[in-house]
Design a protein around this ligand. Structure first.
Ligand SMILES: Nc1ncnc2c1ncn2[C@@H]1O[C@H](COP(=O)(O)OP(=O)(O)O)[C@@H](O)[C@H]1O
Ligand SMILES: [Mg+2]
Length: 338
């Protein structure tokens, strides 16, 4: 089931504008760490996320999804390129604007336990960001109670400690904590990956309700295509630090174009009973390292449609239509280049 695009809140007003973003890490290797190597975790990504929309970022482990999220959250500085969040260019943000961004952009991580301090009650964990932002204890307590209502949990859980709660309850608390400062954007990094399947659906439904009620913009990072299908308006597919395909969810999921996206779709477990028992053509190999990157297209070593050119030249983004881009030479010339 695809989430219907929310026409009321999705106004096509840009909320996050990423241009030519690069984030490289230098790591030491060899005896005494003398050999320096470059990890190109995010390599020249441009992406616009509109106000009130849900954009899924999908890709195998190590493709740079979390690094991209950390840059948007201003937890790490880009090596090159720019990120503009709600009109604020992070390269030249004032202290005041940086403070505003810390309130406007919230995050929920995969492991619910890591979002919360094991030695603090739920109330203290939820109240902490508000107290750090200058709210009184009384006001913070009131808001913590309201936050529990928002995530549909009984207020008595405010006195619990994280070890007394289930995975799903912990993730609800983490969401409540992320919401108390009334953010505009939520970054959800694998929000349901650590949860049982039945609980996953409950958390996704809760996130959809909150997004609609509060007009939030979501960036949902996941390797689970079923989550993407269920929740996102648009999908960005990453492969070894590059954006290989970006477009509306129904197009990317049901009519995927990039050979890597096709491979990902084939690798996703089939829930459609009509397709059960049909053997799928699976992608071979693994993504490999971000250090010894192949010249040319990064997917060339695994691609069934590879040509000599793919091994020597990096493809640009080609438009399938005004909303759908693919970075693969197959689509060159057939469509208008962007
Ligand atoms: N602080 C860091 N120092 C060095 N390498 C890093 C650092 N953070 C991430 N990386 C590397 O960047 C690559 C992308 O990581 P990550 O963004 O976590 O990918 P994903 O979230 O898609 O699994 C990985 O190879 C990872 O080892
Ligand atoms: Mg990650």
């Amino acid at each position: 089931m695809n989430k219907a695009v929310n026409v009321c809140t999705n106004t096509k007003e840009p909320m996050i504008v990423i241009e030519g973003l690069k984030k490289y890490f230098t790591i030491s290797e060899g005896i005494f760490g003398r050999k320096k190597q470059m990890v190109k975790a995010v390599d020249d990504i441009s992406l616009t996320i509109n106000k009130g929309e849900i954009v899924g970022i999908v890709g195998e482990s190590g493709s740079g999804k979390t690094t991209l999220a950390r840059v948007i959250l201003n937890l790490t500085r880009p090596t090159e390129g720019s990120v503009m969040v709600d009109g604020i260019d992070m390269r030249c943000a004032t202290k005041e604007e940086e403070k505003r961004l810390r309130t406007d952009v919230a995050v929920v991580f995969q492991d619910p336990a890591s979002n919360l301090n094991p030695r603090q009650t739920v109330a203290s964990s939820i109240m902490r960001p508000m107290i750090l932002h200058g709210k009184s204890k009384k006001e913070a307590m009131e808001k913590a109670n309201e936050a529990l209502d928002m995530v549909k949990m009984d207020r008595r859980y405010l006195n619990s400690y994280p070890h007394q709660l289930s995975g799903g309850q912990l993730q609800r608390i983490a969401i409540a904590r992320a919401l108390v400062l009334k953010p505009k954007i939520m970054i959800l990094d694998e929000p349901t990956s650590a949860l049982d399947i039945s609980v996953q659906a409950q958390i996704l439904n809760l996130l959809l309700d909150l997004q609609e009620d509060m007009g939030l913009t979501y960036v949902v990072i996941t390797h689970d295509l079923n989550v993407i299908r269920y929740i996102s308006d648009r999908v960005a597919v990453m492969y070894l630090g590059k954006l290989v395909e970006f477009g509306p969810t129904n197009e990317v999921v049901d009519k995927s174009r990039h050979p890597y996206t096709n491979g990902l779709m084939a690798a996703s477990p089939i829930l459609d009973p009509k397709l059960r028992g049909k053997k799928k053509e699976l992608m071979g190999g693994d993504p490999g390292s971000l250090i010894n990157l192949p010249d040319g297209c990064r997917f060339s070593s695994r691609c069934r449609q590879v040509t000599d050119r793919c091994e020597n030249m990096t493809p640009r983004n080609y438009s399938i239509n005004s909303n759908h881009q693919v970075s693969c030479f197959i689509y060159e010339g057939q469509m208008e280049s962007v």
